[in-house]
Design a protein around this ligand. Structure first.
Ligand code: UD1
Ligand code: MG
Length: 483
């Protein structure tokens, strides 16, 4: 869809005083994205000729957030209200006939709702069309004064309510469609008649209505779409709704989510059919999960790419890693960035991996650190194996071949290579390459002292001073203990 006569204007210059934050309001996040990004994304399907974001507080950071998303910015400095913001943006609107104006802090609006708003506006040839919602608790929002079933006469801000206007439960979403040639003269008549001495865009709506222009209200089908994020509690509520939507979308596509309200899923996450997600899981960033996978309780995946039939056992952390078909990791595994686990690899409890490749069918089941390691297929990494990849100055690689057996409690001091089919004896500290099919053994040789223990016992039994502790000694010992 293309609308060449349309501009989108997102008002994002305000500080967000009620959030009590050093971060500008529109940069707070809900549903895994900044508020302003959510709004820009909701507007994208309108196909407007230009999308302009009005910036003010922390303008540089807001600009850096929105410009990569295809929006241009206009600086409003200082901020004298939403009406003033529109005056500031006027030149940048060029020859646009219509503008859809949205606050940067109401991110739940759906593209279909905006399309319907534009369609209503166009077909009625209106001067302004206001998206409204009927809500149970209208506190904090501007209230809609109705002229008729479709038309409105004014919007009254919360701070200016009089008489029984507080009872009105139809609220202003602050999302409007304006015919711009009608808006400008109306805005010129608006006065800062409020306690903040601001120019309210809402007052321009009343001016238009008083001039007899067509000012329509379109009621949002789903009132949650207009929720604004003025407080931390609002942010939490809006985030909850986004997360709900995402979980429902995944469930609709064939994913099982147990106790869904405990599971946090970012917007770009994908998961295939018959995958099961257990309680308390977080799926973050661009995590992509194949079909028939199981992500057990309490695991956190961020930027993880899982093929099919992968099992992530409970309480595992997987960041920026690729797991091929049939891999099993955890419980309590930690995969830091840059790992590739090929088909049917098994990584068990308390295993940490970083920038490592494990070939098909390789196992590292217990208490191991593998960093900068390249490991072939069908290799067994014994319990407690450590790749010593850092010498205090630089990182070094460890290369292990196919069908290798690394005995438990081995330290592989990198850079080092272990050839195909080689064995490493348990408890070895390997500092030199081990050739294919060889045995690397590097540890103190054991000596057994025959009869040593029984001799010791006999000695102790025959020595009376060792049987009883003398009172003097015991006093000294107890003092020592106290110290
Ligand atoms: C606004 C509406 C209110 C509506 C509510 C819905 C006005 C006067 N009131 O109130 O009727 O019910 O939204 O959420 O419009 N901004 C600027 N420049 C400014 C002032 C604000 O860009 O000078 C931006 C803010 O960054 C924010 C948006 O405009 O993104 C709305 O401002 P906010 O202070 O949140 O207005 P509300 O009190 O929520
Ligand atoms: Mg607001």
């Amino acid at each position: 869809m293309k609308n060449n006569d349309l501009a989108v204007v997102i008002l994002a210059a305000g500080k967000g005083t009620r959030l009590k934050s050093s971060l500008a309001k529109v940069l707070h996040r809900a549903g895994g994205r900044t508020l302003v990004e959510q709004v820009i994304r909701a507007c994208a399907p309108l196909g407007a000729k230009r999308t302009i974001v009005v910036v003010g507080h922390q303008s540089e950071v807001v600009m850096a957030t929105v410009e990569p998303l295809g929006a241009t910015t206009v600086l409003q400095q200082p901020q004298h209200g939403t009406g003033h913001a529109m005056q500031v943006v006027r030149r940048a609107l060029g020859n646009s006939k219509f503008a859809i104006v949205l606050p940067g802090d109401a991110p739940l609006v759906r593209p279909e709702t905006l399309k319907a708003l534009l369609a209503t506006h166009r077909s009625a040839n209106a001067a302004a069309t206001v998206l409204t919602a009927v809500v149970a608790d209208p506190r904090g929002y501007g209230r809609i004064l109705r002229k008729s079933d479709t038309a409105i006469s004014a919007i009254v801000e919360e701070s200016q309510l009089s008489g029984d206007q507080a009872e009105i439960n139809e609220i202003n979403s602050a999302i409007y469609c304006f015919t711009l040639e009608k808006l400008w003269p109306a805005l010129a008549q608006v006065k800062p008649n409020n306690k903040h001495r601001e120019l309210y865009l809402t007052d321009a709506v009343a001016v238009l209505a008083s001039k007899g222009e067509v000012v329509l209200a379109q009621v949002a089908a789903d009132p949650c779409e207009v929720l604004g994020c003025n407080t931390r509690a609002d942010l939490a509520e809006v985030d909850r709704i986004f997360r709900d939507w995402k979980r429902l979308a995944l469930m609709d596509s064939g994913v099982t989510i147990q106790l869904p309200e405990t599971v946090l899923i970012d917007p770009d996450v994908m998961a295939g059919e018959d995958t099961v997600i257990e309680p308390g899981v977080q799926l973050l960033g661009k995590t992509k999960i194949g079909a028939r996978c199981t992500i057990r309780a309490g695991s956190v995946l961020s930027g993880a790419i899982l093929a099919d039939d992968v099992v992530v056992e409970a309480h595992s952390l997987i960041a920026d890693s690729r797991l091929d078909d049939g891999v099993i990791v955890g419980p309590f595994a930690r995969l830091r960035g840059g790992n590739h686990l090929k088909a049917r690899v098994r990584v068990g409890n308390f295993v940490e991996l970083k920038k490592s490749v494990l070939g098909e069918g390789t196992k590292a089941m217990h208490l191991t650190y593998l960093g900068d390691a390249k490991i072939g297929s069908k290799t067994n990494i014994g319990a407690g194996t450590i790749t010593c990849n850092y010498d205090g100055f630089h990182k070094h690689p460890t290369t292990i071949g196919n069908k290798v057996f690394i005995g438990s409690d081995s330290a592989l001091v990198a850079p080092v290579r272990v050839g195909n089919g080689a064995f490493i004896a348990a408890g070895s500290t390997i500092t030199e390459n081990v050739p294919a099919d060889g045995l690397g053994i590097a540890r103190g040789r054991q000596t057994n002292k025959i009869g040593w223990a029984s001799k010791k016992r006999r000695e102790l039994a025959s020595s009376p001073s060792d049987k009883k502790i003398t009172p003097k000694k015991s006093r000294r010992n107890s003092k020592k203990q106290k110290r």
